[in-house]
Write a new protein. Structure first.
Length: 241
């Protein structure tokens, strides 16, 4: 069952304003729901922050394959637990975060060795994605986050020299620009598009980019062009329809 705060569960930091002022502007222009302003302007915390079961975290981390969204949720919880007054809990959290990062770095090194032998574009794509995910995992450490984002961008550039970027790779490139705060560079990239510019996923990112450039009228116009059912919820929130 959906509720108003489902918006925060499903959307990344790209769609959530960073300050009360920007949330208010978005609300006044009809491109954001009231919950975003409440979330930024008050000390209210989402009710989906639930009690934490360490054994369950340990069980999940024991799986050989964990999707990135689960990793991000667990990392967010562990970052809170590091400040726990109980030393054993804090130590568990720190060791778990280290284990997550070690898993990623070991995979990076393995794929890099493979790429040096074969120069396979698929390995370039994997490395760009892994570095981007590491940036998301380290979102609270700005310098580390930016380092991983730049590495992701570097591997995308290498990939683009080997062949044209696919839609997913192109979207990843745009997300890297946006996470680095390079909104004008992302906008210039959008400007070089042709048929792709009407793709619903591209429209979604362009609206998010324009939001952070504070071009709210463009956000509204772009949301009107989102006809895909996939974006119906986001369009309804941003346009109050």
């Amino acid at each position: 069952m959906k509720d108003s705060y489902d918006y925060f569960r499903k959307n990344s930091s790209i769609q959530i304003p960073r300050t009360p002022a920007s949330a208010l502007h978005g609300l006044e222009d009809g491109v954001l729901p009231p919950e975003t302003y409440i979330y930024r302007a008050t000390s209210v915390k989402p009710l989906f922050e639930e009690p934490i079961e360490l054994s369950e975290i340990d069980r999940i981390l024991g799986h050989p394959r964990i999707d990135i969204e689960t990793i991000l949720l667990i990392t967010k919880i562990l970052a809170q637990l590091i400040r726990n007054p109980d030393k054993e809990t804090a130590l568990f959290a720190a060791e778990s975060i280290n284990a997550i990062e070690k898993r990623y770095t070991e995979r990076l090194e393995k794929i890099k060795k493979k790429f040096r032998r074969n120069k396979d574009p698929l390995d370039c794509r994997k490395l760009a994605r892994l570095y981007f995910n590491l940036a998301r995992i380290n979102s609270r450490e700005e310098s580390i986050k930016r380092f991983y984002l730049r590495e992701s961008h570097a591997w995308l550039k290498k990939l683009n020299k080997l062949r044209l970027l696919s839609k997913k790779e192109f979207i990843l490139q745009l997300r890297v620009f946006m996470e680095l705060g390079l909104y004008m560079q992302a906008e210039r990239t959008f400007g070089r598009l042709n048929k792709r510019s009407l793709d619903p996923d591209i429209l979604y990112l362009r609206a998010a980019n324009d939001f952070y450039r504070k071009d709210f009228s463009s956000v509204r116009a772009l949301c009107s062009g989102m006809k895909s059912a996939k974006h119906e919820g986001l369009r309804s929130f941003w346009m109050n329809t």
